[in-house]
Design a protein around this ligand. Structure first.
Ligand code: ADP
Ligand code: G6P
Length: 471
């Protein structure tokens, strides 16, 4: 077994097995923020990525991609149902997102979660070089740090949570709360998107275990566990370069023509997830049309919503409701050849996404709760001429970093409508000043600075930069 000095573990590998029916393999990203964040890092670092390839058969042997070894962990149909769809996405995901949908609790799911976490820890123990770094990602694998420490105490172990970490009163609902915290405490560094999440974690650890815990470090079992906020970012330069490529510029122009050259284009790009606030946004848009504030011929909305976690009941219900609402709005307000909403559920490649970002005057990113939201950052990075307006939910992690966006509370329908109108009618000079400030921020705090800041803190050579720790 070949070993690596950096081992990254994430439930999902950066490619879908459907991409490689003939065994050929390319860096085709699976949609989702975690993969988008880590993909640029691993392209330039010799590392092994341990993850699941998307099916429920035996683990396929995937070739190295751009120097990165892909080590697949198999999931059985029961693991898929009880670990991935169950504990990860029907217990933890809703609970961590303010319980906007009701979390479910089943003892069988917890068994599967433990089993799959153990499998990941064993895989990492095999492929990590002596004294190497193991970096565990996200809520699917919260038990891995402690399990891996037992197997390989020589490793430096990091854990990063890409999603929000809830306040104690919500987390305390979890029947296995102590075990989940213990799992995370196996890491040398526990990283979150926002300082508030680090604070919630420290409070919980102090409450549940009665050990000394601050928002920066926790003493447990004679070890020090560091804690911090490391807001994840994007490859800003890559997105800006893509958005200026002549074929992408031409494609953006073409897209706009295909939409009938409207005065305003509003764009939203989401995974089909109940945390993204899609229904609230559609309601706001439809009320603005009904009241005459928005005219369908002048303004067009493009909603991209790529299906996600499709067998989980809450996701099926959401998709049905969204599709019914899009149908209703188009039926009521559209005309032949002039729909009010263009609705697309396909995955797109990076160039097509960049063309969409480039084409849109207003980007509406209005999640009810979101760890970061990289789509908001991608849009800003693509606006190389400082035009365009970002409508952004206060409840996305990105809002703490980009206060120059048109910020809204998506639960407040009137506020959402006002925000959308403000973004549509923005004074160009004011909008450009806002966009310039946000682009400057992303230029400085890109994905490389995130990785540097996390890994240097993990190996003890750096510390959490102060400006990244405040909410
Ligand atoms: P989440 O992590 O909840 O999925 P983010 O906004 O942080 O949300 O990340 C979503 C990522 O998935 C972004 O990098 C975005 O470009 C990508 N993405 C979203 N929709 C699509 C799509 N239809 N095709 C390809 N990539 C997509
Ligand atoms: C979010 C999560 C990731 C996950 C992604 C896509 O970004 O934080 O861990 O990979 O959504 O979801 P999926 O269930 O398709 O992996």
């Amino acid at each position: 077994m070949r070993q690596s000095s950096l081992v990254v573990m994430a439930n999902r590998l950066p490619i879908d097995d459907s991409v490689a029916p003939d065994g050929a393999c390319e860096w085709r990203r699976s949609p989702g923020g975690l993969v988008s964040a880590l993909h640029p890092l691993l392209k330039h670092t010799p590392a092994t990525w341990i993850g699941w390839a998307g099916g429920t058969g035996p683990a396929p042997a995937l070739p190295d991609v751009d120097g990165v070894r892909l080590h697949t962990v198999p999931l059985t149909p029961e693991d898929f149902r009880d670990h991935y769809e169950g504990f990860a996405n029907a217990t933890l995901w809703p609970l961590y997102h303010d319980a906007v949908e009701q979390p479910e609790h089943h003892r069988r799911w917890w068994e599967a979660y433990q089993r799959v976490n153990r499998r990941f820890a064993e895989a990492a123990a095999e492929v990590a070089e002596p004294g190497g770094v193991a970096w565990v990602q996200d809520y699917h694998l919260q038990l891995v740090p402690a399990l891996l420490r037992e197997l390989r105490p020589d490793l430096r172990i990091g854990f990063f949570l890409h999603v929000p970490f809830p306040p104690p009163e919500l987390f305390m609902q979890l029947p296995r709360r102590a075990e989940l915290l213990r799992g995370m405490l196996g890491a040398d560094l526990v990283g979150f998107q926002r300082a508030q999440a680090a604070h919630n974690f420290a409070q919980l650890v102090a409450k549940v275990f009665g050990v000394p815990a601050t928002d920066r470090q926790i003493e447990v079992d004679g070890r020090t566990v560091r804690v911090g906020a490391f807001p994840v970012s994007i490859d800003t330069a890559e997105m800006a370069a893509l958005a200026t490529r002549p074929d992408v510029v031409a494609r953006a122009d073409q897209l706009r023509k295909d939409l009938g050259d409207p005065e305003h284009v509003i764009l939203s790009v989401d995974r089909m997830d109940y945390t993204k606030g899609i229904e609230h946004r559609l309601k706001a848009y439809s009320e603005l049309i009904a009241s005459g504030h928005v005219k369908v011929r002048d303004t067009v909305m493009v909603q991209v919503a790529v299906p996600s976690r499709e067998r989980v009941g809450q996701y099926q219900i959401l998709r049905d409701r969204v599709e019914r609402e899009v149908g209703r709005i188009n039926g009521e307000f559209g005309r032949v050849g002039e729909p009010a909403i263009h609705y697309l559920t396909q995955p797109f490649d990076r160039a097509e996404l960049a063309a969409l970002y480039r084409m849109a005057d207003v980007m509406a990113v209005t999640p009810l709760r979101d760890g970061m939201n990289l789509v908001a950052k991608e849009y800003v990075a693509a606006r190389v001429d400082d035009s365009g307006a970002l409508l952004l939910s206060e409840f996305a992690g990105a809002a703490a970093e980009m206060p120059e966006a048109y910020l809204v509370n998506p639960h407040d329908l009137e506020g959402l409508k006002q925000g959308l109108l403000a973004a549509l009618q923005a004074d160009p000079a004011d909008a450009a000043a806002r966009m310039r400030a946000m682009r400057a921020h992303l230029h400085r705090y890109d994905i490389r600075s995130w990785v540097r800041s996390y890994l240097s803190t993990l190996d003890g050579t750096g510390s959490v930069p102060h400006e990244l720790t405040t909410d």
